[in-house]
Design a protein around this ligand. Sequence first.
Ligand code: NAD
Ligand code: 89Y
Length: 338
Amino acid sequence: MKGAVIGCGFFAQNQLEAWRDIDGVEIVALCDQDAERLNASGSAFGVERRYTDAAKMFDEGGFDFVDIATTVGSHRALVEIAAKAGVHIICQKPFAENMADARAMVNAAQTVGKTLMLHENFRWQSPIQAALNIVKSGTIGEPFFGRVSFRSGYDVFSGQPYLAEGKRFIIEDLGIHILDISRAFFGDATQIAATTRRINPNINGEDVATMMLTHENGATSVVDCSYATQRTPETFPQSLLEIDGTLGTLRLDAGYQLTVQTEGETQTDVSPPLLPWAQKPWHNIQESVLTIQQHFVDCINSGRQPETSGADNLKTLALVEAAYMAAEQGCTVSLADV
Ligand code: NAD
Ligand code: 89Y
């Protein structure tokens, strides 16, 4: 399978590393508007075909899929051009700047019968997968309450300066993952309430968000996110879990400690592996990049839809939109209205 990557910035380095680890995949072309970044990645990963114009790269073709690792403003145009070129597509989160763009992107891929997967990797982190497997096995019974929590004081702005500039920050950038984890455990939501705060005076968007979701199956989940939490141990980038089920409880605590209580209690260390190209504390995210990209390849090869397909991710993006509406209006928002 031959692929092309658009966007050779901060996070794409992980995606390029992961592609190198996947059997049967070769990245044959790279694109970035910034020639310096393009050439740095081209040299580091030994990719000769390099483009500063995505349209030109698609015109010349010669690849089966494209991995779009740019920031959100370019996603719709790039997905549409990729669909026109008839290739399978991975697109980074956040999917789009609004629901209309995201729906158009799903339609574009469906029209040409190509796979569109969102690079929604947090649910693929191995500690989260370990917890999901236990909940799906029925060990703690029917889950009726959950808390998915991401609280940190880690400086994400030095690596990703654009995060300080947007009117929106934590829900759109990070909360989107945590909302998606909640969907993975409890299924789709019917309504959401939310509050937001900006604590850091040097950024434009909100850096604290607390959201409460009602799920179709009757479960309630609290999704809380903060980049203004100075604490020890610093848990970046861990998503912590507390899940109450009819037969017991599950907790994923700081340091990747997974505790399951039913009649007895078991505690397991579910720390993610440190891949040869990974660096702590990012290794948790980096491993999930490899896992989700392998999932994309497996889905293409077997004709399945990826778990976080474009169509699926419309529901995660709708939660983001609804959370901003709920926080702004001080009310509960029904997902049917988004
Ligand atoms: P970045 O700004 O460092 O890199 C983006 C690159 O895309 C830049 O080099 C830019 O020149 C290039 N680019 C933009 N538009 C282009 C276009 N039309 N054609 C060609 N090149 C174009 O950004 P980043 O920090 O690498 O983030 C990229 C995306 O990855 C963001 O959407 C971000 O939210 C996401 N991200 C995801 C995770 C995750 O765990 N899934 C983690 C970090 C970032
Ligand atoms: O951009 C974000 C993401 O997707 O994961 C963590 C991050 O890099 C900073 O919040």
